[in-house]
Design a protein. Structure first.
Length: 340
């Protein structure tokens, strides 16, 4: 395998981590929407907390999908054919969420419907993306030509993938609660509800991570490449430490450190998935006719990867600059007066 192929393997996981961190709290806000906001003013406040940034956050998912298509087309073909229904549900959720956010403020007559769409549209991606990543690690049934050979959608469910899906969902919920606490006034009811939800969700994330780790070594048994097991241990310890530190910070009322540590935990979780998978892209389930798709067998030419690297060197700094400006402009806590 070439150095560029290895580079793009980890760059794709960097993009996934960026999406998990940035859109993760958006999705968490959507799922927790009814629990956080009880009045019309509070609902407007919660929507406003993500209003200036949610659409830009979704770019990371589109970029990750595009990078996978360009860098490793065989892996893209297998995963998107196998996860076709799941991908359609994720896209449906993202579209419904976007529509509900745009229409909710202008159509109060259908407010309950748009609120429900916001919640469902946030729940589907938060759960299914974790299930999909769990399947990539655990292995999927593949035909000789690399196509998915299992039962659509239901064939992707197993104890391990369900736990990884719930872990991803819980991490999004924890990030959403942390973001709501960070963006609302300390004396507000929304802030109090976010604080009340944040600690149990973080504890649940630690429990689900422990269960996923046990299932990984008892039912999945990922084959770590040389040197990757130690990296996996580092990421696992760092994840646990970040969640625990975020929990302690939230109990002290330090909302910004709690959110940053929660985001760092999300990055560690994606890093653990990357080192667990390397150098494979899609693992073939036991008994599959098809073989595991690896970096060496699926990578595009070095010329294509070199062009992608050059484009990334220009595009990624621009995207990061946009995010820095957007979050800086819209920094600070909100009150109901800001949405009146």
């Amino acid at each position: 395998m070439s150095a560029l192929a290895v580079l793009w393997f980890f760059l794709i996981f960097v993009l996934i981590a960026g999406y998990f961190v940035l859109d993760g709290f958006d999705l968490g806000i959507g799922v927790l929407y009814r629990a956080l906001a009880k009045t019309e003013g509070e609902r407007a406040l919660v929507r406003r907390s993500i209003g200036p940034v949610w659409d830009g956050n979704e770019v990371w998912l589109l970029t990750a999908g595009g990078a996978l298509f360009a860098a490793f087309p065989a892996a893209y073909a297998t995963t998107f054919s196998g996860f076709y229904l799941a991908v359609m549900l994720v896209l449906f959720g993202l579209i419904v969420r976007a529509v509900s956010l745009e229409f909710r403020a202008h159509d109060r007559q259908w407010g309950r419907v748009w609120d429900a769409c916001f919640t469902v549209g946030s729940f589907l991606p938060a759960l299914l993306l974790g299930v999909a990543l769990g399947n990539v690690i655990a292995g999927i049934p593949m035909a000789e030509n690399g196509d998915y050979a299992g039962v659509p959608l239901l064939g992707l469910l197993s104890p391990f993938t369900l736990v990884t899906g719930l872990l991803g969902l819980t991490m999004c919920l924890s990030a959403g609660a942390a973001w709501a606490a960070l963006k609302t006034q300390r004396e507000s009811a929304v802030h109090a509800r976010a604080e009340k939800l944040r600690a149990p969700l973080q504890i649940a994330a630690l429990v689900l991570f422990a269960v996923a780790s046990v299932l990984a070594f008892t039912t999945v048994s990922p084959a770590f490449a040389p040197g990757m097991f130690a990296a996996g241990v580092v990421f696992a310890v760092a994840f646990t430490a970040c969640v625990a530190a975020s929990l302690m910070a939230s109990r002290k009322g330090s909302d910004l450190p709690a959110f940053i540590l929660q985001s760092a935990a999300a990055v560690c979780l994606v890093g653990l998935a990357a080192v667990s998978l390397f150098p494979n892209l899609v693992v073939a389930a036991p008994g599959s006719v098809g073989a595991t798709i690896t970096l060496a067998s699926a990578a595009s030419s070095d010329t294509a990867l070199a062009w992608m690297t050059g484009i990334a060197c220009v595009g990624v700094p621009l995207v990061l600059a946009y995010h820095v400006i957007a979050y800086r402009v819209f920094r600070g806590r909100l009150s109901e007066k800001d949405v009146a």
